[in-house]
Design a protein around this ligand. Structure first.
Ligand code: PAF
Length: 283
């Protein structure tokens, strides 16, 4: 497996692959890879001739006072994990390679979909995500890019950007990978104290309970939200930031009743750690 550090070198590599008729899959990550990332890399490796995994803690998607400096990093582990899952290249640039002096261009999806859910408490986040993802798409010349459904709003925003800007890359959504107790895998789970970690599965437990009610015919948003809220409040350190019902991928708010493809999305704080989780149901 190759490790490439500069956009120029990755562009040259990607061009050579394209000239040789090879297809390219891209798995964008911020590193500290876990089994959720490995599932994306394996899927890309099964569908493309070449898989590029980017490992870049993107400063533009962190707001003031967020965890940019403390975000966990371990590039040696990431290279081993990426190679084991089938990657051909790890792209690991420095911030100055991606945003050199004089940098001034940003890509932003200018619609309510970036202002709701996580956009409410992280108003500049999605602009940073779409900017870096657009750059990664250009540098890698990928045919397909793989994103986890865990960040469902990010997935919807990237799909919007790709459609709006006629980017010609296929976005492949991939299922959430969970710990045995149901907690959705995330590099940020490492921030949880042992006590918080024990309580954190309330997110997935509350979503499973809602799904069970929906399977039994419940469609009323208030009833479903009350049940999710009741289960989350069983965890003494949990503080729910939002429990929302939105159509997917438009992210329009559901009225009193759910129908169609619905995202049920949660953000819950445990002390300084903010966890997100979701399910998408089709009614
Ligand atoms: O989901 C992530 O890890 C990041 O938001 C992404 C897509 C790699 C962009 O930095």
């Amino acid at each position: 497996m190759k490790i490439i550090n500069t956009p120029k070198e990755l562009s040259a590599y990607a061009k050579a692959q394209k000239d040789a008729g090879k297809s390219i899959g891209l798995v964008p990550t911020m590193g500290y890879l876990h089994d959720g990332h490995a599932s994306l890399i394996k899927k890309s490796a099964s569908e493309n001739d070449v898989t590029i995994v980017s490992v870049f803690v993107n400063p533009t998607q962190f707001g003031a006072g967020e965890d940019l400096d403390s975000y966990p990093r371990d590039i040696e582990h990431d290279c081993t994990a990426a190679e084991a899952a089938g990657a051909n290249v790890v792209f690991h640039p420095e911030p100055g390679d991606m945003y050199p002096a004089g940098y001034g261009t940003y890509v932003s999806v200018d619609s309510d979909m970036t202002k709701v859910l996580c956009g409410r408490s992280r108003p500049t986040h999605f602009r940073g995500v779409t900017t870096v993802v657009a750059k990664l798409f250009n540098i890698s010349a990928a045919d397909r890019a793989y994103f986890g459904q865990k960040d469902a709003q990010q997935l919807a925003v990237i799909m919007r950007m790709v459609s709006d800007l006629n980017m010609g890359i296929e976005i492949i959504p991939c299922p959430i990978v969970r710990e045995p107790d149901g907690l959705a895998m995330s590099s940020r789970n490492t921030y949880l104290s042992p006590g918080e970690r024990t309580q954190a599965p309330v997110l997935s437990r509350s979503l499973s309970a809602a799904k069970k009610l929906i399977d039994a015919g419940e469609r009323d948003v208030k009833t479903l939200r009350d049940e999710i809220s009741r289960i989350i409040s069983c965890a003494p350190d949990a503080d729910a930031e939002y429990i929302e019902f939105r159509s997917f991928p438009s992210l329009d708010e559901c009225g009193g009743r759910i129908s169609g493809k619905v995202l049920i999305a949660l953000a819950v704080r445990f002390g300084k750690t903010r966890l997100i989780d979701n399910i998408i149901v089709n009614i």
